[in-house]
Ligand binder design. Structure first.
Ligand code: BTN
Length: 322
């Protein structure tokens, strides 16, 4: 299986990097595979929506690539140390989050990524459903932090939101904002969200499963949500944006592991639109109301109540009170 995945990547790379026609025989020799095996991989690419021109005695030329985050597309010139090197794409899945969890339990390497074209049972925060039609980005990533302590784990979710925001801003030039802990907003509407699930025992973190759902080219969305396509009236390359996000996740995560939480949380705060506003925060059955006062060094939300006391909130659902 791994060999076949590697060949998919190597053949795709050869096609991408050949301006002229690629000789089937030469490439089969180079990769030490049979002509039939080579042809099987070309057929697979065709079945995936690529258009590969085949001219007898000249060879093969890549004419068109669909904008889908196939593993070979993601790995090609990704430029990360480990994130996205082991990558899966499923056209349709129940939840990428369930899949990455299984991979995490089976010992998959740090930086493993699962992507899907759509999800049938997408999971949101606080037990909600994440409706996941075609056109969106559905990504789960496996992290195995070594330096981050369990008590500081909330910082990961915040830093991943920062990474996504920075990647999308750089790729599109659009300014985004964040609502604590990690809802991504564009023009006062929700563009995406992040689910962070932890597998830990006592105070040892086994792994963290990060799930991102971002409305990229999604067309039909409820009133309170938006997509990059709906705002720009133009399609955004899902492949390009996915690669950018993976790259930024790794950068910001490595900075966090290197002890740079203070600087990262400051950058996160600059993107947050809640400060000074009156908030209502639902924490399980309890509702806390007050003014958004900031976050502490662990990433907890600080809410100043009318009686002057400040509440420290580790997780909850925030709404602005008008
Ligand atoms: C939120 O509620 O704001 C977080 C939504 C997270 C959705 C993503 S989509 C990819 C991954 N797989 C899931 O089932 N959920 C997360």
């Amino acid at each position: 299986m791994q060999k076949s995945k590697d060949l998919d990547f190597k053949i795709f790379k050869e096609l991408k990097e050949t301006n002229n026609y690629l000789s089937g025989q030469n490439i089969a020799n180079k990769l030490k595979i049979s002509r039939q095996a080579f042809w099987k991989h070309i057929k697979n690419l065709n079945d995936c929506g690529y258009k590969i021109e085949a001219i007898p005695r000249r060879g093969y030329k890549l004419k068109y690539s669909p904008d889908k985050p196939y593993p070979w597309e993601i790995r090609y010139k990704l430029g990360t140390k480990f994130t996205g090197h082991n990558v899966y794409f499923k056209e349709k899945i129940d939840s990428t989050q369930d899949f990455i969890w299984q991979l995490g339990q089976a010992g998959a390497p740090e930086g493993t990524v699962v992507l899907a074209g759509k999800q049938k049972k997408g999971k949101g925060r606080i037990g909600r459903e994440w409706v996941s039609p075609k056109g969106g980005l559905y990504l789960s990533c496996l992290l195995r932090p070594k330096k981050i302590l369990l008590k500081d784990i909330s910082q990961i979710a915040l830093v991943i939101a920062l990474a996504c925001i920075q990647a999308i801003e750089q790729e599109t030039g659009i300014r985004l904002s964040v609502k604590w802990p990690n809802d991504i907003f564009l023009n006062k509407k929700k563009l995406g969200g992040i689910l962070c699930q932890i597998n830990a025992e006592a105070d040892k973190i086994n792994f963290v499963a990060i799930g991102l759902g971002i409305n990229i080219n999604t067309k039909n969305l409820p009133e309170e949500a938006t997509s990059l396509f709906l705002e720009r009236k133009n399609k955004v390359s899902l492949v390009a944006i996915t690669k950018k996000i993976i790259g930024k996740i790794e950068q910001r995560y490595l900075e966090l592991e290197a002890g740079k939480s203070k600087e990262l949380l400051e950058q996160w705060q600059e993107h947050c639109f809640l400060w000074g506003n009156r908030l209502r925060v639902k924490v399980f059955d309890k509702v806390i109301e007050g003014e958004a006062a900031g976050i502490d060094q662990e990433g907890y939300l600080l809410v100043r109540r009318d009686n002057g006391l400040t509440e420290k909130i580790s997780s909850g659902d925030v709404t602005k009170v008008m």
